[in-house]
Design a protein around this ligand. Structure first.
Ligand code: HEC
Ligand code: HEC
Length: 321
């Protein structure tokens, strides 16, 4: 019994002693303004759930100030502010505000934010279903889906007609700075997926060549076999009067071609992007494709490919069971 008492005293003394060690003060005491152009409800939610780590105003609770918890909280806050600082909101152009908030709400919907371990302890940061619904509706309301005006439609049509009439001759398309050749035949590949970026008003169609399609059928997609090729085309959305959406002006096409050995240095893929009406190759230097690889890196375990094929028939069978 005596020994246990002694142990408790030692632990207590140790605990008091480490309180002398504290992280630097992270609060400069400046309250963060509400985000302009954002509804009040949304502001309240972000303030309660996100501002602790994503603004200059961290509302530390008493238990966040105890060593060693304070070191963890401070490092979260520092890292969080670096990634996204809502205190700078007013200095951003409207477009950046919209895309930031769209991205932020997506982080909430995917369950990544607020950091779950933090929300577990800080109940005010936790979001309930109604709050998530408010954020979701707000993200949807940002959609730049206005009916296309006549000049947008006529420029898209002019472009389409010029292409149909063969004004754009493939031999004039230059290779990408890393040496990758443009592949005009991608238009004859199969469309394997589409994505909709309603926040910036584009739609994308992803095509796969025969080897890609066969690999999908045989579920042989990780890694993808050599020769697999993907094209991703992006179009501006053309919104018709009845609300239906079609492809408008062409933005760009991106290509990925797999050869594990030949393209070993760039993760087994050749990368290229051609932009605009005249298919101008994108990039200044041969290693411009670093940028592609960097953004595809989260898919490292899936051979750097985002698009996951849908197995509709096997899915249907599962549902029927
Ligand atoms: C406990 C601190 C904490 C809270 C609370 C928190 N975050 Fe974060 N957040 C971080 C940290 C740390 C990072 C950077 C590391 C990472 O991406 O996981 C981050 C990253 C992000 C990013 C990515 C920024 C980028 O450029 O990649 C977004 C967006 C984001 N948070 C949104 C939110 C939203 C919205 C909320 C509130 C609903 C929220 N966060 C609440 C700590 C926090
Ligand atoms: C900002 C991040 C980002 C960058 C930079 C990026 N991609 Fe992607 N890429 C994506 C996402 C996300 C997808 C999934 C489809 C979608 O959402 O449009 C994708 C899909 C693709 C696809 C279809 C195959 C797949 O992975 O799903 C190709 C081809 C492609 N990208 C090529 C490129 C090339 C070439 C570059 C560089 C010139 C590049 N990408 C740069 C994010 C990026």
């Amino acid at each position: 019994m005596k020994n246990i008492n002694k142990l408790i005293w030692i632990l207590l003394a140790g605990f008091l002693l480490i309180q002398l060690f504290r992280p630097e003060n992270i609060n400069d005491g400046k309250p963060t303004q509400d985000l302009v152009n954002v509804p009040k409800e949304v502001n309240t939610i972000l303030r309660n759930s996100c501002f602790d780590c994503h603004s200059s105003e961290a509302n530390l609770r008493w238990y966040d100030k105890i060593t060693p918890a304070n070191f963890l909280v401070t490092s979260h806050i520092k890292e969080g502010r670096e990634a996204l600082d809502f205190s700078k909101w007013n200095s951003w152009p409207k477009l950046q505000q919209n895309s930031t908030i769209y991205y932020a709400i997506n982080k909430v919907l995917s369950g990544e934010m607020p950091i779950p371990s933090y929300a577990a302890i800080h109940s005010s940061a936790k979001l309930n279903e109604r709050q998530i619904e408010i954020l979701k509706n707000y993200a949807l309301s940002l959609a730049s889906r206005k009916i296309s005006d006549s000049s947008q439609i006529s420029s898209a049509e002019k472009q389409y007609n010029s292409w149909i009439n063969g004004e754009l001759k493939h031999p004039t398309v230059k290779p990408s700075p890393n040496g990758m050749q443009y592949i005009p035949d991608y238009r004859n590949w199969k469309a394997i997926s589409t994505t909709d970026r309603f926040d910036n008003g584009t739609m994308r169609i992803i095509f796969g060549n025969d080897i890609a399609v066969k690999a999908i059928q045989e579920k042989n997609t990780n890694p993808w076999p050599d020769g697999t090729s993907f094209a991703k085309t992006a179009w501006k959305q053309r919104v018709n009067n009845d609300g239906s959406i079609a492809t408008g002006e062409f933005v760009q096409v991106e290509l990925m071609v797999k050869d594990a050995k030949k393209y070993e240095k760039t993760k087994g893929w050749a990368w290229g992007r051609w932009k605009g009406n005249d298919l101008k190759p994108y990039g200044e230097t041969p290693d411009f494709d670093k940028e592609c690889i960097e953004c595809h890196k989260p898919m490292e375990n899936r051979d750097y490919v985002f698009t996951s094929p849908l197995y509709l028939i096997s899915q249907l069978k599962k549902i029927q069971k």
